[in-house]
Design a protein around this ligand. Structure first.
Ligand code: ADP
Length: 414
């Protein structure tokens, strides 16, 4: 629309809206002329004044879509949008819309659920106090630029957010969007992965360094020393065995991870399986002077499972009970059917127990209450992590109850 057309159409619109006043003024003027009660120049001047006043008044509300966009800056000053974009409620990210002065004009449901209801019309700094976040908001408001930053909160629990601020395109007035994506879980997994690689390398490096040391000694100073060879070779074998145990456990974990989503498809009788595990651990139990007692019902207790994996679970739990609870002298294993199709196995020892602060972390990879104690007992720190993985695949749960000085109970519930 050019300028002249604009002025003409504006005049047309005003004339249309003032048509009643114009008609009335013209009718009164004609009546005055006919009655000849008022002089003609006065009638003409009066009519002109009324027409000018009617046309100069406020233009009517335009009907065209082009001019019908709500005036957002005014709405934002009031702290609310005329037409809040409710569809943003369906997005699983915390979203705030901001006016050019940084006041919040809209928050979606996820933002309200995560950070609490925000008083519309208040400045975003009432909620976001981190200087980094305020800086990117300031820059976006001033320069219409898209910005992103990582921001973490420590309370009530540690959470990490990817915060993005951006101008919103296609709006009448200046509107800006602040989006917070919770990336805590992804960061936790990243950290676990890098910790795991660091731990695994460290665990392998220790026996490797010791092996190298012995090999160099045997090649050099102890080359012809039969006594030293006799002493060193069993230690070397021990270290090599420790390394292969670690590699076996790592492989086992990665195999389990690869098929975590495949449910096991065998029927396993837990009575037979526990009997087999007990028999295989008898030599170790004898060595540690521990007796293993099984308490099982006559009837077979069946579960859906993978036999080899369940053997690994109960070998780990009963072996741990014998190793770490050897002071108690006996380990008890209780099997119970949980109708209609569940089962429960408890492995009880009467050893020193585990201090409460360690219990929640026992199934983390390489977590040990005492590293030296675990190493001296040929532990890798991966046993319970493997147990947890297998049980997750079996949709079973592991519970740990321990009292210092009394002993520990590991319970598996199918
Ligand atoms: P490890 O190879 O060291 O035995 P696990 O993952 O099997 O690794 O166990 C982790 C840690 O949990 C052990 O190092 C030990 O400190 C503790 N633990 C496990 N079972 C028992 C138990 N029955 N009594 C006391 N401590 C235990």
């Amino acid at each position: 629309m050019n300028r002249v057309d604009g002025i003409l159409s504006s005049f047309a619109a005003r004339a249309k809206s003032a048509q009643f006043v114009l008609l009335a003024a013209t009718a009164v003027a004609i009546a005055a002329l006919v009655s000849a009660a008022v002089p003609v120049p006065a009638i003409a001047a009066g009519w002109c004044l009324i027409v000018i006043a009617a046309l100069a008044g406020n233009p009517p509300r335009a009907e065209s879509a082009e001019q019908d966009i709500p005036a957002r800056p005014e709405a934002t000053i009031a702290g609310e949008l005329d037409d809040p974009p409710r569809f943003l409620d369906e997005i699983d990210l915390a979203i705030y819309l901001l006016a050019a002065d940084g006041t919040v004009i809209f928050q979606n449901r996820s933002a309200a659920d995560t950070f609490g209801k925000f008083p519309l019309g208040a400045h975003i700094s009432a909620r976001m106090r981190a200087p980094g976040v305020l800086d990117i908001i300031r820059d976006t408001l001033a320069n219409d630029r898209v910005n992103q930053i990582e921001y973490s909160e420590r309370l009530p629990s540690e959470r990490v957010y990817l915060v993005r601020s951006a101008p919103v395109a296609d709006t009448a007035g200046p509107v800006f969007m602040l989006v917070l994506r919770d990336v805590s879980e992804a960061r936790r997994i990243d950290r676990m992965r890098s910790d795991f690689v660091a731990n695994a390398s460290h665990e392998l490096r220790t026996p490797l360094a010791s092996l190298r040391g012995y090999i160099e000694t045997l090649q050099g100073p102890a080359k012809h020393d039969a006594k030293a060879q006799e002493r060193f070779l069993p230690i070397m074998l021990d270290q090599a065995t420790r390394m292969s145990r670690l590699v076996d456990d790592l492989m086992s974990l990665s195999r389990l991870e690869a098929r975590a989503h495949l449910p096991p498809d065998q029927k396993v009788a837990l009575n037979d399986l526990l009997g087999h595990v007990r028999d295989s651990l008898l030599p170790l139990a004898e060595e540690l002077e521990v007796s293993i007692h099984l308490f099982m019902p006559e009837d077979k207790v069946m579960v859906n499972g993978d036999k080899d994996e369940l053997v690994e679970v109960f070998e780990n739990l009963i072996e741990n009970a014998c190793k770490y609870g050897s002071e108690g002298g006996k380990v008890e294993v209780y099997l119970k059917a949980l109708p209609p199709s569940g089962a429960e196995v408890s492995v009880v020892d009467h050893g020193p127990g585990i201090p409460a602060e360690h219990v929640p972390r026992l199934t983390e990879r390489f977590y040990r209450v005492s590293v030296a104690d675990s190493r001296s007992k040929k532990g890798t720190g991966l046993g319970l992590a493997i147990v947890k993985h297998i049980l997750t695949r079996h949709k079973a749960r592991l519970a740990v109850k321990s009292e210092v000085g009394q002993g520990t109970t590991f319970t598996v519930r199918f």
